[in-house]
Write a protein that binds this ligand. Sequence first.
Ligand code: GLN
Length: 204
Amino acid sequence: MGLKIGVLAVQGDFAEHSKALVGVGAEPVEVRTPEQLDGCAGLILPGGESTAMSLLIRSAGLEQPIRELIEAGLPVFGTCAGMILLASRISDGREDQLSLGAIDISVRRNGFGRQIRSFESDLSVRGVDGPAVRAVFIRAPVVEEVFGDAEVLASVEYTFDGKGSLRVPVVCAQGSILVTSFHPELTDDLRIHEMFMVMIERSN
Ligand code: GLN
């Protein structure tokens, strides 16, 4: 059996992450209670709706345990809504939504404009060898600022209404935290999940 990796399973596309984890030889554990975090070598916060996830994380009593594990250095991977939950600053969010402050980035929810909320792009990601990574963006957050110790591992060129073309970071990392504004769990390409597994191995 591979390493046990928790997948927050209160809302969103956790099933796809579990499948990807099996694909990289890990043992996914769906996390709905604090006890299910025990023994996990890493944690994934999936895509979904960050406001709904915030409420459900709190009502499940998971906020404090997740904060403590992050503090203790547990590797955590957030995709899309998961990226929003891990960011230190959130724009266009709900006033009371959860911000775990695990990575020094500012994100704007649904920041890719009103009309084209979903799109795909081919990315070159630092640390990922081989062909481009096909990235699927669904009402994705825009990373507006990267500060402190956060690093950008990939970005896209995007044309915003009235603002012209800008480079937007879409994969960032800081210590044992990894975030993507797209959904690697929705393609058959397992290389981003593999990268997370390497981060876990290195953190041990
Ligand atoms: N727009 C969603 C949010 O704000 C994220 C979308 C997604 O995870 N695909 O939480």
